[in-house]
Ligand binder design. Structure first.
Ligand SMILES: NC(=O)c1ccc[n+]([C@@H]2O[C@H](COP(=O)([O-])OP(=O)(O)OC[C@H]3O[C@@H](n4cnc5c(N)ncnc54)[C@H](O)[C@@H]3O)[C@@H](O)[C@H]2O)c1
Ligand SMILES: O=C(O)CC[C@@H](O)C(=O)O
Length: 392
């Protein structure tokens, strides 16, 4: 029985992919094999030695100690693209909220008092304060052209906007998806200087922390709108408040409230609901549940942020060894020598590496005695070795 610890609410649709006869899932469970998480902060958490995988039912993994888990030979899975449409829709809503001053106007109306005729007079008198602007012809700058950024860029074009993009590490897959009408910005400075709206879709890393700071805000067009549905720390909040107060920035729309920004009249801060749709929660949970299951039951890796992709069909009737090892010379040689010395024949084998980690799958003809597994586990550089019984 595999034990799965959930640190946040995970959609039932995903959990249903883990059959109850083989998986026990709970928010409190000793000796977990897997941890399923959304936004809970795992930095500083003691991660038990039984853990064989951590899975983020979402995109960002900045709440997970990925480097430490990599050193321990534990894959961290996520769900690339599974919540991208949900975030895209909220970004579009955010552009309209800012362009038409919708939150401020709504707030104004909720403060109105009195009888119908008086209220009508106040409405007509007050509405000029909320005059906005339209999207067609305006320029949207998208920083980060991954799953979300590409969808935001392509949809903005369909709304009649001009779109600039910046992503020096765009993948081939995303480049194929991106409309050829999206113009390339030469740098973040170039992008912010030429945009009426700037939207951020990069992961939080040391490189992206405070990507939008006072210097960059000073380059933005007067009256521009900044949207941040990526992570709070990508923006320097103090600098944003100063730009709003100076009238440079028209609005800051984000998914990350903090005490210092949430009440500013030109800030719209939502409670991290970018991925909070039924569809996105299901997509993410289903994707990571299936990936975790494939890892535990077949040793195959899909969508891990720290492990190589590894796929090998099961050889009929053969148990499988799953070895996680350091990406150094002669690991395969030592593993196959141990098997050969035990008189075991290898039916199929694959070895894939990424950075400091390699994964080796070996399908072996016949039973593998525990002492052979122990010997492989003791090879210098092997981080873990698991035996998966022959597929039924
Ligand atoms: N608000 C929410 O609920 C919510 C939901 C999903 C994702 N997110 C956040 O949005 C981020 C992006 O999500 P995604 O699914 O598009 O991820 P993704 O991995 O598909 O795309 C990220 C893109 O950013 C690019 N990038 C990285 N560093 C960059 C830099 N310095 N400059 C320009 N581009 C850079 C990468 O090349 C990649 O193409 C996530 O990491 C997460 O933090 C928030
Ligand atoms: O799980 C959530 O609700 C937020 C997810 C989002 O921040 C992500 O990075 O995918």
């Amino acid at each position: 029985m595999y034990k799965v610890l959930t640190l946040n609410n995970i959609s039932v649709k995903g959990l249903e992919r883990l059959p109850r006869d083989r998986y026990e899932v709970a928010s409190e469970i000793a000796h977990p094999d897997v941890i399923l998480v959304r936004s809970a902060d795992m930095h500083g958490m003691e991660i038990p030695p039984t853990v064989k995988a951590v899975a983020r039912a979402g995109a960002g993994v900045n709440n997970i100690p990925v480097a430490e888990l990599t050193r321990r030979g534990i894959p961290v899975f996520n769900a690339p693209g599974a919540n991208a449409n949900a975030v895209k829709e909220l970004v579009l809503a955010g552009m309209l909220l800012a362009a038409r001053n919708i939150c401020q106007a709504w707030h104004y109306v909720r403060g109105l008092e009195g009888e119908e005729a008086a209220m009508e007079r106040e409405v007509e008198a007050g509405k000029k304060r909320f005059r906005g602007f339209e999207l067609p012809g305006r320029t949207l700058g998208v920083i980060g052209l991954g799953a979300i950024g590409v969808q935001v860029a392509n949809t903005a074009l369909r709304l009649g906007m001009k779109v600039l993009g910046y992503d020096p590490q765009i993948t081939v897959e995303r480049a194929w998806q991106l409309s050829s009408e999206v113009a390339q910005a030469h740098s973040p400075d170039d992008l912010v200087a030429r945009s009426d709206f700037v939207t951020l879709h990069v992961p939080l890393t040391e490189t992206t922390r405070h990507k939008i700071n006072a210097e960059r805000l000073a380059l933005m067009r007067p009256g521009a709108v900044l949207l941040n549905f990526a992570r709070r720390e990508i923006v320097d909040e103090e600098a944003v408040l100063a730009a709003l107060d100076a009238g440079r920035l028209h609005a800051y729309v984000c998914d990350f409230p903090s005490p210092r920004i949430k009440d500013h009249p030109r800030v719209v801060a939502l409670p991290h609901i970018g991925a909070s749709t039924v569809e996105a929660e299901e997509n993410c949970a289903v994707m990571v549940a299936e990936q975790v299951r494939d890892w535990l039951e077949n040793g195959q890796v899909r969508n891990a942020v720290n492990f190589p992709e590894v796929q090998m069909p099961r050889a009929a009737g053969c148990p499988r060894l799953v070895v996680v090892n350091a990406n150094i010379p002669n690991m395969l040689g030592q593993i196959s020598t141990d098997l050969a010395e035990a008189g075991l024949n290898i039916a199929d084998m694959i070895n894939k590496s990424r950075g400091e980690i390699a994964v080796t799958l070996v399908d072996v003809e016949g039973e593998i005695p525990p002492e052979v597994i122990e010997r492989i586990g003791a090879i210098d550089g092997v981080l873990s070795v698991r035996l998966i019984p022959a597929a039924a």
